[in-house]
Design a protein around this ligand. Structure first.
Ligand SMILES: [Zn+2]
Length: 255
């Protein structure tokens, strides 16, 4: 492939040899690509600001469909400065990016997921509640893992209003009248199921009005954890980190 130009988001980077770096970028035009950046640690490397963690930019280089890609330059560099400075926001951002990385193969064109990730990071950067942003991301990206769940209506009778629980037997929700159809239903907090249903189709520009009590947030967290454990089975360090983060948060609040 020849020299190309694409928007991209830095997913992660790791040192390679003494002075070089491998940088994984989710590009809008060609999916996730691993770039070899020669002399990344050299002083005054003009690429340095463009390859910092939590950055979006327009990258110019050789985008290869086989093997590694190569970066030549970058422009319109947009650092997510709040995320770069705030350990809590960075925790959520890292986890969200790890999910995007795990959900699809490298080099797969997916501009919709690219935009979804960009919106999530942009809103995190504006200081919007990281937990709600993350939960929406988790619920909507399930589809990319090949998991289709019917959040719309009771799997038995089609009811859309009332209290619901989740059933893996039906890959969807059951209304209270049909809870007896699945002995192993999640026994989730109906408020958690209510919000997860909402999160499954809401767009990020509509979430400004959502405010949740800690109790409801915890119930949502628990239910999504159960879903991920059963359906996705990832074991991400970044997820453990945000779980721990909540515990520090509680300690800080109680002081
Ligand atoms: Zn029903």
């Amino acid at each position: 492939m020849n020299q190309a130009e694409t928007k991209g988001i830095i997913l992660f980077r790791k040192d390679h040899k003494e002075k070089d770096m491998l940088v994984k970028i989710f590009t809008e035009s060609s999916g996730k690509l691993m770039f070899y950046v020669k002399g990344a640690h050299r002083k005054n490397n003009p690429l340095t600001p463009a390859i910092l963690p939590y950055t979006q930019a327009t990258y110019i280089g050789k985008l290869n469909s086989e093997g590694l890609s190569f970066l030549n330059s970058a422009k319109y560099i947009h650092p997510f400065t709040h995320i770069q400075e705030d350990i809590f926001a960075a925790g959520y951002a890292t986890y969200i990016m790890n999910l995007a990385d795990a959900a699809i193969e490298d080099k797969v064109y997916d501009p919709h997921l690219y935009t979804f990730l960009y919106q999530a990071l942009e809103m995190l950067d504006q200081g919007i509640d990281g937990q709600i942003l993350t939960n929406i991301f988790e619920v909507q990206i399930l589809q990319r893992f090949g998991i289709t769940i019917n959040w719309r209506e009771c799997a038995v009778c089609g009811r859309t209003q009332g209290k619901f629980d989740f059933s893996s037997k039906y890959n969807g929700i059951l209304c209270q009248q049909h809870w007896d159809r699945d002995f192993h239903r999640y026994h989730a907090d109906p408020r958690a199921v209510h919000f997860i249903r909402l999160f499954s189709h809401i767009s990020y520009d509509k979430i400004h009005s959502i405010e949740l009590k800690d109790e409801t947030k915890n119930a949502i967290r628990q239910t999504i954890d159960q879903l991920y454990e059963e359906y996705v089975g990832l074991n991400l360090k970044s997820k453990k980190f945000i779980d721990q983060m909540h515990r520090w948060g509680d300690v800080l609040k109680s002081k």
